[in-house]
Write a protein that binds this ligand. Sequence first.
Ligand code: IMP
Ligand code: MG
Length: 188
Amino acid sequence: MTVRNAGDIIDTILIPEDRLRARIAELGRAISEDYEGRDLLLVSILKGSVIFLSDLMRCITVPHQIDFMAVSSYGVGARISSGVVRIVMDLATSIEGRNVLIVEDIIDTGETLDYITRILRERGPKSLRICTLLNKVERRRVDIPVDYVGFDIPNAYVFGYGLDVDEFHRNLPFVATLRDGATVHGAG
Ligand code: IMP
Ligand code: MG
């Protein structure tokens, strides 16, 4: 078994680097205005949001802290959310009384963030908002309020810029769509 190169499984480049950079700068400006003079804790959902977080936080000009949380849907390697979510790694800090902004890579059905926000709300944050880079509007099953959206995208599997195909190709600097039926692992 070999791992196919990204170039062999990309259908199209959906969002190129310059568009990502420009939109993330806008998000950073909006967040900086909204949280001016307020406490801010960015909560990044691992692993998909790490590249987005690292670019976004450098576009945020107000003082803030970061923390990480990892969740997983049951069914490893599944390309669609199973709807059953659990915490794999919890936050290191208490969020009680804090202004929390969740930083996520993509919202698909909304089930992951529905679960995360329910858990975090029980911990008594002062405020809890959501920032997602990508939003698959058509696929939403749970209605969750999203405060900051980078891009609304069509219902297609995407990868790159932090998002994976079977845990590979998160390092691509752009967001790409997957060629129909393409798999990462292949013979030869
Ligand atoms: P939801 O619970 O259906 O909203 O799914 C959210 C999670 O599913 C994201 O955090 C991703 O990990 C994963 N996901 C959904 N769509 C895609 C995609 O197109 N590419 C990569 N990961 C995806
Ligand atoms: Mg994710």
